[in-house]
Write a protein that binds this ligand. Structure first.
Ligand SMILES: NC(=O)C1=CN([C@@H]2O[C@H](COP(=O)(O)OP(=O)(O)OC[C@H]3O[C@@H](n4cnc5c(N)ncnc54)[C@H](OP(=O)(O)O)[C@@H]3O)[C@@H](O)[C@H]2O)C=CC1
Ligand SMILES: Nc1nc(=O)c2c([nH]1)NC[C@@H]1CN(c3ccc(C(=O)N[C@@H](CCC(=O)O)C(=O)O)cc3)C=[N+]21
Length: 306
């Protein structure tokens, strides 16, 4: 057993190459709780986050519950709106209009994916951009890509904060992002460009993905395919950020969560790597609450220290 400087035994599974997203998220949540308390102490109303869940997708229900619990834990108000999968687009838009007009609501999140045939783009674009804590509104996405002030979508922001801790200065590094969705790949590319990385975005039509990945100083996987990225796709010394969340069956008939990266293989080659679970996932929720506090402070015209 290893012994730390303070004389405490170090658990066998703390490998300094594994980026502890859970611990970094908890530190961010503790900062947020202090900031929320300070805001309330100045006599300002308690910040509030509304989450809209349509349908009964079990994974979405787990996330929404976890978001509500953590919202309350940092001292904010949580409003949950559950609607049946059969809700009409007009009825859903009416709910958004009500939340836009509600002074107790600082942030609005519509959980994705939405059941068919609801048009996600039309619904997201109805959210008041000032309350768009996901940063998915077309105006906010446009502002981010134009280099203007905008809320950074939660998962890309979480990746950035992990990279700053793990790598430090990012300028000049080659980042390869596998995945080009509007919620992860594209906004993360904007964020890393802003950090002066050289950014390559890969997707399902990319030729010789393995050779491309091997050029990456920072390799981000946001695909949704368990173990797609193999150890020999990773450049020695690279930092690997695994955004993927895949539930795979185990031998005993249960399921377990894995990322898009073959973790043990990549750990043997990479300098630093995020695990799944306990990597990007917890950061996503902490960043959602950070964006909510920022929206609340902006709506109140108050400065905040984050
Ligand atoms: N940890 C977290 O907080 C979050 C995790 N996730 C997880 O991240 C993953 C990605 O999510 P999301 O961005 O919404 O997914 P999407 O399904 O919207 O996008 C997946 C992307 O991966 C690309 N792709 C698919 N197959 C391959 C392949 N074989 N080779 C290269 N590229 C491929 C697709 O390419 P093309 O565009 O050509 O189809 C697409 O651009 C999922 O596992 C999701 O659960 C998502 C959000 C938050
Ligand atoms: N409007 C919207 N905004 C989102 O940000 C959004 C969304 N819709 N739809 C779904 C995806 C996915 N997502 C995750 C959040 C937390 C974890 C998370 O906390 N994961 C834990 C494990 C949780 C578990 O055990 O299932 C971890 O990785 O350690 C994962 C994934 C946010 N998303």
């Amino acid at each position: 057993m290893r012994i730390s400087l303070r004389g405490q035994p170090v658990p066998e599974d703390t490998d300094p190459r594994i980026i502890d997203g859970k611990a970094i998220a908890n530190a961010l949540l503790a900062d947020l709780a202090r900031e929320v308390a300070a805001l309330i102490e100045t006599g300002q109303p308690v910040p509030g986050l509304a989450v809209v869940l349509v349908g009964d997708d079990p994974a979405s229900q787990v996330y929404v519950r976890s978001k509500a619990r953590q919202t309350v834990a940092v001292g904010m108000r949580s409003f949950e709106h559950r609607l049946p999968a059969t809700v009409t687009e007009d009825a859903l838009l009416t709910v958004i209009d009500r939340l836009n007009a509600d002074p107790a609501v600082d942030g609005i999140l519509v959980q994705l994916p939405l059941p068919r045939p609801l048009d996600a783009a039309r619904i997201l674009d109805r959210i008041d951009p000032a309350k768009d804590v996901d940063g998915f509104h077309v105006v906010n996405a446009g502002r981010l890509s134009a280099g203007l002030d905008a809320p950074v979508p939660c998962t890309p922001l979480g990746c950035l904060l992990l990279l700053r801790q793990a790598v430090g200065a990012l300028s000049g590094l080659h980042a390869v992002i596998v995945g080009r969705s509007n919620i992860v790949g594209k906004p993360l590319a904007q964020v890393l460009l802003r950090e002066n990385c050289t950014v390559t975005i890969a997707h399902s039509r990319t030729r010789d993905l393995a050779a491309l990945c091997r050029q990456a100083d920072i390799l981000v996987a946001a695909v949704g395919q368990a173990g797609l990225i193999r150890g020999d796709w990773v450049k020695p010394g690279a930092t690997v950020i695994d955004v993927g969340i895949n539930r795979i069956p185990t031998a005993d008939g249960r399921t377990r969560l894995v990322g898009d990266v073959a973790f043990d293989e990549a750990l043997a080659v990479a300098d630093r790597i995020t695990p799944v679970p306990g990597g990007v996932g917890p950061m996503t929720i902490a960043c959602l609450l950070r964006n909510t506090l920022a929206a609340a402070a902006a709506r109140r015209g108050a400065a905040h220290g984050l």
